[in-house]
Design a protein around this ligand. Structure first.
Ligand code: ADP
Length: 448
């Protein structure tokens, strides 16, 4: 599948925009999902630890001795441990519940939800290390939360709430560690977005393929229709032309009538040449789009053949073709030689057609290394300034060309432009009325 340059570039731009949008929406969704999942977990941890702080009594925690052997005899200690273990059993995803108490500005672990007596996740009487974090709990009565924290046992959140005593002071606290409940792993999202990108790529390629196919079908239809219509018109026109020449050659006809008939015959010939051009152009149009293989063609051979084509086709107007000396064999350009020959034949035959007798046509070459410019300069009728932009549009003939006796269909340059663009080249024209025209073709060079 080959896309025309312009369309392909537009497709690439659309595709890039699409990818960027998908990536942005992906990043946004990931961040948003992660943030809201985190907020949910934190909120849930807060609510749960807060409700525990209402259940657990401050004086119970406070009264538990911080020395294990003393705690062993404390019924409050064993009662609290059983209560915490039971709560943990019913509270989904809680890893552990622990209690803390403050003694002389230091925070210590007290009983926790480990069911076995005298066994705690954090040893009874062990000092709580992260005093900075916990400070707000005891000093300001705040519930603190932390997470997500990742370790070998998974991802989890921590929440600690103060437990108020009867005088409104916070001397003990309860903490919970909760496993992350919503799996918002970033890699899951990343995989989803990669799939989205791959899917969008396939979609874009598919749409482009369809679009290209439709265009080929459209060109075929248009070309077939035009070719058929022109063909049908050409046959009766040819009959009229022959009929007219038989009548004109009849010696018995009055001269005045003969003159009129000659004019009609000229118009008929013009119409025949127009239908011929349409048939040729539509066939070439179809051919260019469907069979444009990029290969190397020798520029010198193309130009020599094109000049020969022009000379063979036209009556001699004693016009000389001056080809710049630097034109040598071995300069290869991108594009099929027969199509490039058709393009240069069109440009050169225009230069020839619109030039006065005994004038010259200069063919110059500027080699830029990777590109090459071939300019065809004539000293003919030129093109009005405001009409130059229209001459590649197809069916367009400048006013001065129409007013002259020079025949044309307005198809040649349209087709030429198509050919050059399909060879990844550029076609330009500059002109000065009554002074001449320069048509420049830029082609890409390829290694011979
Ligand atoms: P045509 O068959 O009419 O020459 P083209 O498509 O080849 O059709 O050219 C389109 C129009 O561009 C011409 O009708 C003419 O007005 C103008 N044109 C093209 N080449 C030249 C030229 N070398 N000198 C003057 N006018 C030109």
């Amino acid at each position: 599948m080959k896309f025309s340059n312009k369309r392909f570039n537009i497709a690439i731009v659309y595709y890039l925009i699409l990818i960027i949008l998908i990536i942005i929406s992906g990043i946004y969704t990931t961040i948003h999902t992660q943030n809201s999942a985190r907020d949910n977990e934190i909120d849930s941890a807060k609510v749960r630890v807060q409700s525990l702080s209402y259940i657990i009594r401050n004086d119970h925690v406070d009264s538990i001795p911080l020395i294990e052997k003393d705690a062993a005899t404390s019924s409050t200690y064993s009662r609290l441990k059983i209560d915490l273990a039971n709560i943990k059993n019913y509270e989904f995803a809680i890893r552990k519940i622990y209690t803390l108490k403050k003694v002389d500005d230091k925070i210590f672990f007290v009983a926790d939800s480990e069911r076995n007596p005298l066994k705690d996740y954090n040893v009874l009487g062990q000092e709580y290390g992260e005093t900075k974090i916990i400070k707000n709990v005891f000093d300001n009565g705040e519930i603190i939360t932390e997470g997500p924290i990742k370790d070998e046992s998974g991802t989890w959140f921590r929440a600690i709430a103060p437990i108020m005593d009867s005088e409104g002071n916070y001397t003990s606290a309860v903490g919970i560690d909760i496993d992350q409940q919503i799996n918002n792993n970033i890699t899951d999202n990343a995989i989803l977005f990669i799939w989205l990108i791959v899917f969008s790529l396939l979609l874009v390629v598919f749409l482009l393929y369809k679009y290209e196919m439709n265009e080929v079908e459209m060109v075929n239809l248009k070309s077939d229709f035009l070719a058929l219509a022109s063909h049908e018109i050409r046959s009766p026109l040819t009959k009229i032309r022959w009929g007219l020449s038989v009548i004109i050659n009849n010696l018995e006809i009055q001269n005045s009538i003969k003159e009129q008939l000659v004019k009609i015959q000229e118009t008929t010939i013009r119409l025949i040449s127009l239908t011929n051009s349409i048939i040729e152009t539509t066939a070439a149009d179809k051919n260019i789009i469907i069979n444009n293989n990029i290969c190397g063609s020798d520029l010198k051979i193309i130009l020599d053949n094109s000049i020969k084509n022009v000379k063979d086709k036209t009556q001699d107007k004693f016009i000389t073709f001056n080809i710049s000396k630097s034109f040598e064999l071995g300069v290869c350009v991108q594009g099929e030689s027969d199509k490039l020959e058709l393009a240069f034949t069109n440009i050169l035959s225009n230069a020839y057609k619109y030039s006065p007798d005994n004038s010259k046509i200069d063919i110059n070459l500027i080699d830029y290394g990777k590109k090459i410019d071939v300019s065809v300069k004539d000293y003919g009728i030129g093109i009005p300034k405001d009409e130059v932009k229209n001459i590649f549009n197809g069916f367009y003939r400048a006013k001065n060309a129409q007013e002259s006796n020079i025949q044309g269909s307005g198809f040649g340059l349209y087709m030429t432009k198509k050919i050059i663009e399909f060879c990844n080249g550029v076609l330009k024209c500059t002109s000065e009325l009554n002074r001449g025209t320069t048509v420049t073709v830029t082609l890409l060079k390829v290694k011979a």
